[in-house]
Design a protein around this ligand. Structure first.
Ligand SMILES: Cc1cc2nc3c(=O)[nH]c(=O)nc-3n(C[C@H](O)[C@H](O)[C@H](O)COP(=O)(O)O)c2cc1C
Length: 191
């Protein structure tokens, strides 16, 4: 059975690209993104971008020439996605440098503007990074979806994605954020 929120998509399967702001192997933000995939209705396609650490330092001179392969890969994945789901930690009350570097590589491209973006937050106390992300992304003309920006309190313990996805208190928060993000996706016009 097709969940009600997907009925308007018909045969179209929305694609969500996740971007994790942490390079840590045991990242709670990555677990949250994997949990989101588990909590999503069948028919939603998730892709998890794992190339953040391969991106060179942003340099406008380099951007002017042929793009480095990891950058071209990131841009291609963003272009293919119908929506972007970000979960990013806070470092020194700001966006981690490696993640801001990834966003900087998207500033000059046409892929992100207008695309719906959700900000998931694995640490409700990390409000400065969330505010900074929102400012950066709206400056980049991404469409940050307010109702899809949620805080999920994971800091109390490191949690596996499956445990988060089945937690009776956390799952409804995930589902609420995902539903809002899916509602912001425009299905392609059928002829
Ligand atoms: C260098 C560094 C700076 C941090 N600064 C903050 C901070 O300013 N505010 C905060 O709430 N947490 C801060 N933290 C805690 C991280 O946000 C927290 O450990 C988060 O879970 C890391 O995400 P991850 O598990 O996905 O790697 C900092 C952690 C590190 C390593």
């Amino acid at each position: 059975m097709v969940p009600a929120m997907l009925e308007r998509f018909g045969t179209f399967m929305p694609r969500i690209l996740t971007l994790c702001g942490s390079l840590r192997a045991a990242s709670s933000n990555r677990s949250l993104l994997r949990a989101a995939e588990r909590a999503a209705p069948a028919g939603v396609v998730f892709e998890h971008f794992e190339g953040l650490g391969e991106l060179p330092h942003f340099n406008p001179d380099v951007e002017a020439g042929p793009l480095p392969a990891p950058v071209a890969d990131l841009r291609a994945r963003v272009e293919l996605a119908d929506a972007i789901l970000i979960s990013c930690p806070e470092y020194a009350r700001g966006i981690p440098g490696s993640f801001k570097n990834g966003l900087d590589w998207l500033v000059g491209g046409p892929e992100l503007p207008g695309k719906p973006v959700a900000l998931f937050n694995a640490s409700p106390r990390a409000s400065d990074a969330q505010a900074a992300l929102r400012l950066v992304l709206t400056t980049m003309s991404a469409r940050v979806v307010d109702q899809a920006c949620i805080a999920v309190p994971l800091l109390a313990g490191s949690r596996e994605a499956e445990a988060i996805a089945v937690d009776p208190e956390l799952r409804p928060i995930l589902e609420r954020g995902l539903a809002a993000l899916l509602a912001a996706i425009e299905p392609p016009q059928s002829d």
